[in-house]
Design a protein around this ligand. Structure first.
Ligand code: PHE
Length: 342
């Protein structure tokens, strides 16, 4: 039986070295280690052997079996390695000049306009600030000269949270924090998403973007405000834009204004986007109320300032000719993908 085992070993080695593909290797495995193979036969023959010899021969057979299994695994590994090397050798060299066929994503029009306005103001010395969307009553209202039960709170239909905080209804909610952070003199803009629980139509959404700006220094007046607004608009639209100032009431500015621009969708003739008036309310603004400056720790004998709350979403509608504000959040990839190359 010993001779049979060594003959089997030799036979196995010859067959193994002849196997050149994974399929041939599998055949070798089945024919030597399979249920009907020679190793099983030898095991069966052991039944006729007695005593100590049985144990010794059994050990020899098991050793051969383990050796075969190990050799087959190693041969499989070598074959895989060889196949990989052949693949690499035959692969086409990488050509960096070939055009890429990638489906590029695109920036949302609000992101594009936000970045553009940010860089315009940054070039005029304004810092760009971030502020949370969940704020407290003090920052959203009280610090802005809107005490509890003030009727002006009704101007903004607020989403209140169970924990007493609220979703910010306007970016002005960051004014106090930024005044306290930097003190005067100060130039800052702070874009953000705002929320109001109001009915939606072509020019109203319950979620929209604003860009607040404040400038505080000695001798700041309404003419500074008008200068910065006109400068920003002419850069965004790359031409002179017709604007008009109307008086507007906001408790945190005195005097307060509504800055309207001539509707660029209908050219001023009247359309649903401008409620047929030919004008679009774009930027409420005014001189910061002394109570607000005081709450922000600013010396009102020395400093004055202006604030504006630019409607970023409206601005994007005007710039890109989008007639319905609801399109921004409708997830229409077809319309969004038009912004791909910008
Ligand atoms: N926060 C005001 C609003 O959203 C807009 C505003 C900002 C008005 C700054 C004046 C000055 O209604």
């Amino acid at each position: 039986m010993k001779e049979k085992i060594s003959a089997l070993r030799e036979n196995f080695r010859a067959r193994l070295s002849a196997a050149q593909t994974p399929e041939q290797l599998e055949e070798v495995r089945v024919s030597f280690l399979g249920k009907k193979g020679p190793v099983s036969d030898l095991m069966a023959e052991l039944r006729n052997v007695e005593g100590e010899q049985k144990a010794r021969l059994g050990q020899l057979i098991n050793e051969a079996k383990a050796e075969f299994a190990k050799a087959i695994t190693a041969a499989g590994e070598t074959l895989r390695q060889k196949a990989l090397e052949a693949q690499i050798a035959h692969a086409k060299p990488f050509n960096p000049t070939l055009p890429a066929h990638l489906n590029c994503g695109s920036f949302h029009p609000i992101t594009l306009i936000q970045r553009e306005v940010e860089s315009i103001f940054a070039s005029m010395g304004f810092t760009v600030e971030d502020y949370p969307e969940v704020v407290d009553d003090y920052h959203c209202f009280e610090a802005l000269n809107i005490p509890k039960h003030h009727p002006a709170r009704d101007m903004q239909d607020t989403y209140y949270l169970d924990n007493g905080q609220l979703l910010k209804t306007h970016t002005s909610a960051a004014q106090n924090h930024i005044m306290r952070k930097y003190g005067a003199p100060l130039r800052a803009i702070f874009p953000g998403r705002c929320f109001r629980n109001e009915a939606t139509d072509a020019c109203h959404e319950n979620t929209f973007f604003q860009m607040e700006g404040i400038m505080i220094d000695e001798d700041i007046s309404i003419s500074n405000l008008i200068y910065f607004m006109k400068k920003m608009l002419s850069e965004v639209f790359r031409r002179d834009i017709r604007v008009r100032l109307r008086p507007g009431f906001f408790p945190f500015v005195e005097p307060g204004f509504e800055l309207d621009i001539s509707c660029l969708i209908c050219g001023g003739d009247g359309c649903p986007s401008c409620k047929n008036s030919g004008w679009l309310e774009l930027c409420p603004c005014g001189m910061i109320h002394p109570n607000v400056l005081k709450a922000g720790g600013i010396d009102t004998d020395k400093y004055t300032g202006f604030a504006f709350g630019l409607g970023l979403t409206r601005l994007a509608m005007m710039k890109y000719g989008i007639g319905d504000i609801r399109d921004f959040n409708a997830g229409q990839l077809k319309s969004l993908s038009q912004f791909e190359s910008r």
